[in-house]
Design a binder for this molecule. Structure first.
Ligand code: CMP
Length: 496
């Protein structure tokens, strides 16, 4: 007979199982913590099967344990359900903080141990407490308590309760361990380091030593130094560095990048650079730093500056003989590129010389912004080597690619001829060499060759049409998204 002796046990078990399954389904649908099913269903099965076994035919010792099994399963299942009901479910409903896994596991182990003592005493007449207190087991447990595993277990519990860090945070632990938190277990915390290796640190090292959580407040700081020449005025140096830092798409605007003059060193003025980025891994930090340093080198070389190095002894300078690709563009290359451009067809050699006289050959690193959308400008660029992407901002913080340009193509003509701010950002996709032609170079050419302006006007109207169709498409996309949201809300309200 089942509860109260009124209903057969198997009927109670079936009803209990069905209730549990329905509860599990409802929780899954609402995204609540999963109902523990395995242990309770096993306990219900044992409650039906064990009484049906013909006990008379089984030896006394085994009979005793068989009798205890369904009681034990019932006790374990009740403890599991109680933990779920008292801690996990309220945590999932947002009534209070979700309890750490380690605490749940400890409660289960403690509860089950207590349940085992009680069941062993009642069904098998075994006094486990007496056994423990009078035997060497007690000595072993006390010995264990004083040892590292128990300390690590308590430290792990403390870490999970304190919320000093979460999986995914970047930690720097006293003594050299550093990496992204992978998991916290009973004994240790696992990190994934820059090389992709798993670093296992005993929990006590985190609670007893100094631990720095580098991503506790969201963005991660990326800080490094650069030494620049003494003849490069700090005001100019700072604005060049800030321009490179703030133009990188992975550098956050808030907190804004900072450049501080750190010290007058032996052979350079040292600047301390600090930027903030979203991705909290050592690899992302090192990658961004490398890209910024590379872009700084190119920006310095465009400004006619270089990175000084300590001079210890005087040596004759032997220029390295690079391949053609290593060297920047020669004046002949610039001249040939202009002559081959259809936009400049019809220009006589003297005209080309005039354009070249007001131009400058420049190099840019991969990823650098050559022109920035919204900025003012006075020049047009002819690509000599490398490829660039034209990017249009469609929403704050969101840009879409409009076109890709390669050797022989020009950009920047819209601002040069119309005086309006740059219509798009143009970013180097790889190392690029280009010719920057100033407005002055064009004045006489336009008087001499009226068709030049027509050719540029045709190019500009084609490009503008593409930019405008892009914003039309974008508007349509936003309208469609709005319609979807309105439909969803409407049907949710009306229950359709
Ligand atoms: P400007 O507005 O001075 O600066 C951004 C440049 O991007 C712009 O001039 C053009 O040269 C270029 N650009 C804009 N739209 C396009 C497009 N649709 N295709 C190619 N280049 C473009």
């Amino acid at each position: 007979m089942g509860p109260l002796g009124l209903v057969p046990t198997w009927i109670s078990a079936v009803v209990g199982g069905a209730v549990l399954l329905m509860l599990a389904r409802a929780c899954r649908r609402r995204g609540l913590p999963a109902v523990p099913l395995r242990l309770p269903l096993l306990a219900l099965l044992a409650a039906v099967v064990v009484p049906a076994i013909p006990l008379a035919r089984i030896p006394f010792g085994s009979r005793l344990w068989l009798g205890a099994i369904d009681d034990l399963l019932l006790v374990y299942a009740s403890i599991r359900l109680a933990v779920w009901l008292a801690l996990e479910l309220p945590g999932g409903l947002g009534w209070w903080r979700r309890p750490p896994d380690l605490l749940l596991q400890l409660l289960m182990v403690g509860g089950c141990a207590l349940g085992t003592v009680v069941v062993a005493r009642q069904t098998a007449r075994i006094d486990l407490v007496g056994l423990v207190t009078t035997s060497a087991v007690l000595t072993a447990v006390i010995g264990l308590a004083a040892q590292e595993p128990l300390k690590d277990l308590l430290a792990g519990l403390e870490l999970q309760l304190s919320e000093d860090f979460n999986p995914g945070d970047l930690l720097d632990i006293e003594g050299g361990a550093r990496g992204v938190v992978h998991s916290v277990s009973w004994r240790e915390t696992s990190l994934r380091n820059m090389e992709g290796a798993l670093v296992v640190v005993p929990n006590t090292r985190l609670t007893e030593g100094v631990m720095r959580n580098l991503s506790a407040f969201g963005p991660v700081s990326n800080r490094f130094e650069v030494g620049l020449a003494y003849d490069f005025a700090p005001g100019r140096a700072r604005s060049l560095l800030l321009r490179v830092l703030s133009q990188h798409p992975l550098v956050l605007d808030d907190p804004a990048p900072v450049v501080r003059l750190k010290e007058f060193s032996e052979s350079a003025i040292t600047y301390d650079l600090q930027v903030w980025q979203r991705e909290a891994t050592d690899r992302a930090i090192v990658d961004l730093r490398s890209e910024l340093l590379e872009q700084i080198w190119y920006a310095l070389s465009r400004a006619g500056q270089s990175i000084p190095y300590p001079v210890r002894e005087v040596q004759p300078h032997r220029p390295s003989v690079g391949t053609e690709d290593d060297r920047g563009p020669t004046p002949e290359e610039c001249r040939e590129a202009l002559a081959a451009n259809d936009l400049f067809q019809g220009l006589v050699p003297e005209d080309l010389d005039r354009v070249l006289a007001s131009s400058q050959a420049l190099s840019y690193a991969a990823g650098e912004a050559i022109v920035q959308e919204g900025a003012r400008g006075e020049s047009l660029y002819q690509l000599l080597r490398g490829r660039v992407a034209v990017l249009k901002q469609v929403q704050p913080g969101h840009t879409v690619p409009v076109a890709e340009l390669g050797p022989g193509e020009v950009f920047g003509e819209m601002t040069l001829f119309q005086g309006a701010p740059r219509s798009a950002t143009v970013r180097a996709l790889e190392e690029c060499h280009l010719l920057r032609v100033g407005r002055a170079g064009f004045r006489e050419l336009m008087e001499r060759d009226p068709a030049l302006i027509e050719r540029f006007a045709a190019l500009m109207s084609e490009r503008r049409a593409k930019l405008e169709s892009l914003s039309r498409d974008q508007r349509q996309e936003q309208t469609n998204a709005l319609i979807d949201t309105m439909k969803r809300l409407f049907f949710a309200f009306t229950g359709g």
